[in-house]
Write a new protein. Structure first.
Length: 577
């Protein structure tokens, strides 16, 4: 059936009747559409004959046996009013898409560390082994078919999704994303699954695909050629930028397995990431790309806290430290403390508005700029999350997004302001923007100015999955993956009223989007070590500044019209000489 456009009654096997609303839509792609009803996800197939033709009703029953805490397995069939199977249902899992976990920004925002990577990859390994014990082969367990759930007891947990595409019993599988395809194993077997697990887990540790990096004899987009030639990151002469995390974060026995798998094309079951020991195999020399230019920029350290580190910088000039402290960069005063690295801060009249997640619930507070006292701000609105664009803060509710306002009548009062309709279940939020899947058509949700918000149809993103990005006034930069798993960078420059845009697009090795977008329209980015690119999207002006101290591990941000970056926990201001 096509994606529903009106309330539709369906029957869930073993559960009874349920009404699906158009607003329940989560995503459309491939073979069907997904809808969320509370803690349940319903998948309805686009081809109404698929269930019968492919025996999917029987396959769903077989897959129900692959029930595991880390596997989002089908729980039963979904029938229409005539009793005809049209899909299946499964538990809802609110996790982060795994490509986000690869990024350095994710690590800073969530406090994810190497110990968490060990726990997460071990639990992924547990899920794969369990599926194999039940006679299933995952086949296409690429990075987008894993979620990471944070905050669980004992550390992060994985969720394997898209389970109905697995091979089991008489139901084979034939589709696999290029990023995890095993060119050296015939067919799809448990060993090809372990190769795919290796590709994804290696990126969780290091942030780079095992067949990326610059290597003589291969172009930037030669992923398939590199994989077929076993030309991995362990080859001598591979050059990686500073944003790639050091391989020493990988436990020794697992590192040996990675080398044997990606370099020597061995296929075995991997050791547990918890196993320790020295590296036995030979690791090719990994070269960091070093620039020889110098003296082009002025660097000024503006804040550093011993035994603590800055993990985020808000555009209003507040720094969030790893301990949760909020520091005003202007006065160097502590204005409060948060419970979550996902907190947001905006400047309001006479102080700051802070949104935080405390024991799983959203709380708002006002911090006075005069005496730095904190006042809790109650708000009687059911909300799922909050979202910030520059110095504007929004609530995300069941019906869309609502802007928040703080008024002071002797005491601060938090109230709701302008509202915009957004399909909440099918919108993913990033730094300053949202990406909405409207029945397979992609829209960008873009606040702009002091009181406006646009929903722009971006056809170029249809079929892509956005991983990271950042939006500023009239500019949007993001990284998205195509169906092969190749990363592309998209840069949109909008007209003043967002009625039209100019697009630049190119391939990139990393899912990270490291850019500062200043309110005056100037952008700064570091795409490679040794070069800061300063450009003005509206005019097309580009200035490439070579400097030996520029590195891709400098996390760019802005405070008003100042370009800042964090490195080794300190906050720096960088400007031209």
């Amino acid at each position: 059936m096509t994606a529903i456009k009106k309330n539709t009654e369906v029957t869930l096997e073993g559960r009874g009747q349920l009404t699906i609303r158009p607003n329940d839509h989560v995503a459309t792609g491939g073979e069907g559409s997904a809808y969320r009803a509370g803690k349940t996800i319903i998948k309805l197939y686009t081809d109404t004959q698929k269930m019968k033709r492919d025996g999917m009703d029987e396959k769903i029953q077989a897959l129900k046996a692959v029930a595991h805490p880390f596997i989002v397995a089908p729980q039963g069939l979904v029938m229409d009013n005539a009793g005809k199977p049209i899909g299946f249902y499964m538990p809802f899992s609110d996790g982060e898409p795994m490509p986000r976990v690869f990024t350095n920004d994710f690590r800073k925002r969530t406090g994810f560390i190497d110990k968490d990577a060990i726990v997460l990859t071990h639990r992924m390994q547990e899920a794969v082994a369990f599926a194999h014990q039940k006679g299933a082969v995952l086949v296409d367990a690429n990075e987008f078919n894993w979620l990471a759930v944070l905050g669980a007891k004992g550390g992060p947990e994985p969720r394997a999704i898209d389970v109905d595409s697995w091979a089991i019993g008489r139901w084979p599988a034939s589709v696999v994303m290029l990023s995890i395809r095993d060119w050296h194993t015939r067919g799809f077997t448990p060993l090809s699954d372990w190769f795919g697990w290796g590709v994804v887990s290696f990126q969780i540790f290091t942030g780079i695909h095992p067949y990326r990096g610059k290597l003589d004899g291969f172009d930037a987009g030669d992923l398939e050629k590199r994989m077929k030639a076993n030309a991995s990151v362990f080859e001598k002469g591979v050059r990686l930028n500073m944003a790639v995390r050091d391989f020493s974060c990988i436990p020794g026995p697992l590192m040996d397995w990675y080398i044997a798998t990606f370099k020597d094309k061995e296929r075995t079951v991997p050791p547990s990431p918890f196993q320790t020991g020295k590296i036995v195999g030979s690791v090719g020399r990994v070269l960091r790309m070093v620039a020889t230019a110098s003296g082009s920029l002025i660097y000024t350290k503006i804040f550093e806290e011993p035994n603590d580190e800055t993990v985020r910088i808000f555009s209003c000039g507040i720094a969030l430290l790893n301990s949760g402290r909020l520091v005003d960069l202007r006065s160097k005063r502590t204005i409060g403390k948060t419970q979550s690295h996902n907190a947001e801060v905006v400047r309001v009249s006479d102080g700051w508005l802070v949104a935080d997640i405390v024991f799983g619930k959203i709380e708002f507070s006002f911090v006075s700029a005069t005496n730095f006292t904190k006042t809790q701000l109650p708000l009687q609105v059911t909300t799922y999350r909050f979202f910030r664009f520059e110095n504007r803060l929004f609530l995300i509710t069941e019906d869309g997004m609502t802007e928040l306002e703080v008024m002071t009548f002797g005491k601060p009062i938090l109230s709701t302001g302008r509202e915009w309709g957004v399909l909440t279940n099918s919108t993913t939020w990033f730094d300053g923007f949202g990406i909405q899947d409207t029945l397979g058509a992609t829209y960008a949700v873009l606040p702009f100015g002091n009181e406006s918000c646009a929903q722009v149809r971006v056809r170029e993103l249809d079929g892509f999955r956005v991983v990271s990005g950042r939006a500023g006034e009239r500019f949007l930069s993001l990284v998205a993956a195509d169906r092969k798993g190749e990363y592309h960078k998209f840069e949109f420059t909008f007209e003043s009223n967002y009625s039209a845009y100019f697009l630049w697009q190119g391939k990139t090795d990393s899912p990270d989007c490291n850019i500062a977008i200043l309110p005056k329209g100037v952008c700064a980015t570091v795409a490679k070590d040794g070069e800061l690119v300063i450009f003005v999207p509206r005019t097309g002006t580009i200035n490439r500044v070579a400097d030996k101290d520029i590195a891709t591990d400098m996390a760019l941000a802005h405070w008003d019209d100042k370009v800042l970056y964090t490195k080794d926990g300190a906050v720096w201001h960088v400007r031209m000489r």
